[in-house]
Design a protein around this ligand. Structure first.
Ligand SMILES: Cc1ncc(COP(=O)(O)O)c(C=O)c1O
Length: 370
């Protein structure tokens, strides 16, 4: 089966994990800081903290904004559930907005249509890794949470996606461009926010891990005591995950080059199928991360089943949140999200795909629409 998403792990990741296990300290420790430094330098972020998932990074991001209780955060409906859950868990209300049919990204006018006197912040998602047009969104004047879960390595107007709003998050889960198994990261324009995040991520205590415990013992009488700074959950990343991330960072340019290669083959081959609407490339000067290749097609469900029968697994990211029974809102329809719910489909794109896999996907698409 050719999978829609996938990672590519090398001997370096495996060696790093083995060395970490042999060190007998797999939990939070110094290698998390090593990964953070390396990641921050690679993508030129103003600040960066690793956490245990992109979903938790989103919750952290909302909390860092210190918004008034029960205020509203506008969230594109065409996104992963964590975007809405983070808002709710932080004590606010998500208000869903539409996205653009071509880019599948949220636009300033989609957000503006949902502004009320309770609006306290807006969220953007760089869908598939295509940078959102940020300037008009920043001009709305609200704090901006940037979900760059798909956009590791994406650049908009010379800035890394995730660093343009007030606070940005990344996902390093099993299928993302840079994977650590499960993991995430958070960046903020104000580095003090990330210092706070590093305290919050360990139950609001801050000091954590074997190394700091040992150094405390040398410098403090009752080294087991600590001051809790704020009530917070635990979202500590592990040395094990950081070790995988360090190796992935060494190879990220090659992994991205392979994604780009596959993307470009799809762009040149699939445009010849009149039924297939291909996704847009990034604007000149911007950089796409090629996380997923999402086409729009007639008879979408039939196509998905046909491809599955031919050993090609596809999916839709995402079932619009405003259609989910948990969030179902009585307000106006979000027609573009609903259109995407009927005709959008992600086809396989990941660095483990062989040239034969790519050719097979193209061939089966051509055959289905012949
Ligand atoms: C847009 C978006 N935001 C956030 C997340 C959450 O990331 P994680 O899986 O690391 O929790 C995902 C995961 O797929 C995502 O696609």
């Amino acid at each position: 089966m050719i999978s829609v998403f996938g990672s590519l792990v090398s001997d370096e990741e495996i060696a790093n994990v083995v060395a970490c296990m042999q060190s007998q300290w797999m939990g939070f420790g110094g290698q998390v800081a090593d990964f953070e430094k390396k990641y921050q330098e690679k993508f030129q972020l103003p600040s960066f903290a690793m956490v245990d998932s992109g979903s938790n990074a989103l919750y952290m991001a909302v909390r860092l904004l210190d918004l008034p209780a029960q205020s509203e955060v506008i969230v594109p409906s065409f996104t992963w559930v964590s975007c809405a859950q983070a808002v709710i868990l932080a004590g606010h209300n998500p208000v869903f907005c539409d996205v653009d049919l071509q880019t599948m990204n949220v636009r300033a006018k989609d957000l503006a249509a949902k502004i009320s006197e309770k609006t306290a912040a807006v969220m953007v998602v760089h869908y598939a890794g295509l940078p959102v047009e940020m300037k008009p969104i920043l001009d709305l004047g609200y704090p901006v949470i940037e979900d760059a879960a798909h956009a590791v390595d994406s650049i908009h107007h010379d800035q890394a996606c995730g660093t343009i709003g007030d606070v940005g998050i990344f996902s390093f889960d099993a299928v993302k461009n840079l994977t650590v198994g499960e993991g995430g990261g958070i960046t903020a324009r104000n580095p003090e926010w990330i210092e706070r995040a590093k305290v919050l991520r360990y139950c609001g205590i801050g000091k954590s891990g074997f190394d700091s415990a040992m150094s405390n013992a040398k410098s403090k009488n009752r080294w087991w005591e600590y001051n809790i700074q704020e009530p917070f959950i635990k979202m500590l990343p592990t040395n094990l995950a950081a070790n995988i991330g360090i190796a992935q960072l060494d190879r990220i340019d090659a992994l991205q080059a392979r994604r780009k290669e596959i993307w470009e083959i799809y762009q040149s081959e699939l445009r010849h199928i009149p039924d297939v609407i291909c996704p847009p490339d990034a604007n000149s000067g911007d950089r796409h991360s090629y996380f997923t290749y999402c086409i729009r097609v007639p008879r979408r469900d039939e196509l998905a089943h046909y491809l599955l029968e031919h050993q090609i697994y596809t999916t839709l990211r995402y079932h619009p949140l405003h259609l989910n029974p948990l969030y179902r809102q009585t307000e106006k329809r979000l027609s573009n999200c609903e259109q995407l719910n009927e005709d959008a489909l992600s086809i396989p794109l990941h660095p483990r795909m062989s040239d034969e896999d790519v050719a097979k996907v193209i061939e089966e698409l051509k055959r289905f629409y012949r």
